[in-house]
Each structure stands twice: as C-alpha cells, then as structure tokens.
Design a binder for this molecule. Structure first.
Ligand code: RTP
Ligand code: MG
Length: 137
C-alpha cells in the first residue's frame, strides 16, 4: 500500500549536521521516494496548526520555542507503508527509550530534541501535508 508522509528534521538535527545521515536512512529504504525536500524556518502560526493536539500540555511552549530555534528540513516521502515505516526508523519519542539503530536511539538524549517528526497515521499525514506542502495534489 503506497502512502505519503510528512517528515520534519527538527532544528537540532540541522544544527548538528545530521541531515545527510537521516535523509540517507530514509533514502536507502527499498521503494521509498523523497518527492519534496526543503530547508525552511517555521513561524508560530504554522507550528500552532501542526501541534494543535498538544495545546495546554506542559511541554507545549518549550516545544514551540525549540521548533523556531533554527531551520528545519521538511520532506515528503512516498512509498510502501511509509507512515509506519518512518515512525519505526525514528523510534519512540524519548530517545533514551529508543533502541540503538533507530534515529532517535542513535543520536538523541533529550525528549524535546528528538531530531525528527513523522506523521503518525494516514489521517495525520493528510492533515500535516496540507500544512507544509499545500500545493500537492
Ligand atoms: P512528533 O510528533 O514530533 O513526530 O513526535 P512524537 O509523535 O513521537 O511525539 P508527540 O507526543 O507527538 O510530541 C511531539 C513532540 O513534543 C516534544 N515533547 N516533549 N515531555 C516532553 O518534554 C515532551 N514530550 C513531547 C517532542 O519533541 C515530541 O516529538
Ligand atoms: Mg506526534
């Protein structure tokens, strides 16, 4: 089942020079294609829409600040079961709980600075792709 997902390489990944490493892992998966890739700064309004489910949580404001602390790389990735697949490559939210071999497990220690966002369901992917790449058909 071919799908499309939204991936964001968070400001920590860009700052630490891990874009090539992370994009390489995605790129090497059989049958997946990167169909858009862009370095950009996110404004508060975009982030409020993207992270609407987390409004009011204690980590919300620090997260908003962190996500505006530098540029991110936004990607569209297409392919077989790519939504679940990129979540698997990323590992769980907490990088210390994430297994070595996963992106978060290999490179992260701090829950907020966990390097990568990936849509968590088909519904989220459709919603998030509209926010970041409204021109996609
Ligand atoms: P994401 O949405 O970024 O792909 O990550 P996720 O699904 O694994 O995690 P989620 O629960 O949606 O949380 C969104 C992002 O908020 C930051 N966070 N900080 N306790 C904390 O300090 C905390 N909890 C979450 C992380 O950057 C997380 O990825
Ligand atoms: Mg999430």
């Amino acid at each position: 089942m071919s799908q499309r997902t939204l991936v964001l390489l968070k400001p920590d990944a860009v700052r630490r020079g891990l874009v090539g490493e992370i994009v390489g892992r995605i790129e090497r998966k059989a049958g997946w294609q990167i169909t858009a890739l862009e370095l950009r700064r996110l404004d508060r309004e975009t982030l409020e829409t993207h992270y609407a489910e987390h409004v009011g949580r204690p980590f919300y404001e620090p997260l908003m600040e962190f996500m505006q602390s530098g540029p991110v790389v936004a990607l569209v990735v297409e392919g077989e079961r790519v939504i679940e697949g990129v979540r698997q490559l990323a590992g769980p939210t907490d990088p210390i709980a994430a297994a070595p071999g996963s992106i978060r497990g290999d490179f992260g220690t701090i829950v907020r600075e966990n390097l990568i966002h990936a849509s968590d369901s088909e519904e989220s992917a459709i919603r998030e792709l509209k926010i970041f790449f409204p021109g996609l058909s």
